[in-house]
Design a protein around this ligand. Structure first.
Ligand SMILES: [Fe+2]
Length: 160
């Protein structure tokens, strides 16, 4: 069954949100690389790849339902986000924002009796729980770490 226009608009917006998140993490990766934090740079680059994957998966779903993905402009990113812990705090805040968007799609899908869309987004709801927990875990480690500890957390994240 073809997806309705309202749901198609919401799903399309999510594709662009995922690309926006990818861009944000790529900018963060560049900053970390520039400052010599190879591990943090690697971690954010992995996040970038994951977000691109999400965008492609959601676009694929939209096409399966006869919707047309439409790419909107991607916002310009800052070159500097602060100290490493501030990057992870910003990442956490962004993940919480994405969680809200996904919850909204799920709610709207249920209200529209679009069970295919609610079913598709169910795994993103679960994934956001993991994402938020992972980033919070890193923030905890960075809070506990002194400057010497920062080096260790950076080395650990290189192994992701
Ligand atoms: Fe995502």
């Amino acid at each position: 069954m073809k997806i309705n226009d309202k749901m198609a608009t919401l799903v399309n917006a999510q594709i662009n949100e995922e690309l926006h998140a990818a861009y944000l993490y790529l900018a963060m990766s560049f900053q970390m690389q520039d400052e010599g934090y190879d591990g943090f740079a690697h971690w954010f680059l992995q996040q970038y790849h994951e977000e691109i994957e999400h965008a492609l998966e959601i676009a694929h779903y939209l096409q399966l339902r006869s919707g047309k993905p439409q790419l909107t402009g991607v916002a310009e990113m800052p070159q500097h986000f602060g100290k490493p812990i501030e990057l992870f705090e910003a990442a956490y805040k962004h993940e919480c924002h994405v969680t809200e968007l996904i919850h909204n799609i799920y709610k709207e899908a249920l209200e529209a009796n679009d069970y295919a869309t609610s079913s598709f987004f169910k795994r993103y709801i679960d994934e956001q729980v993991e994402e938020e927990d992972t980033v919070l875990g890193i923030i905890d480690q960075l809070r506990m770490a002194s400057d010497k500890g920062l080096y260790l957390v950076n080395a650990k994240l290189a192994q992701r």
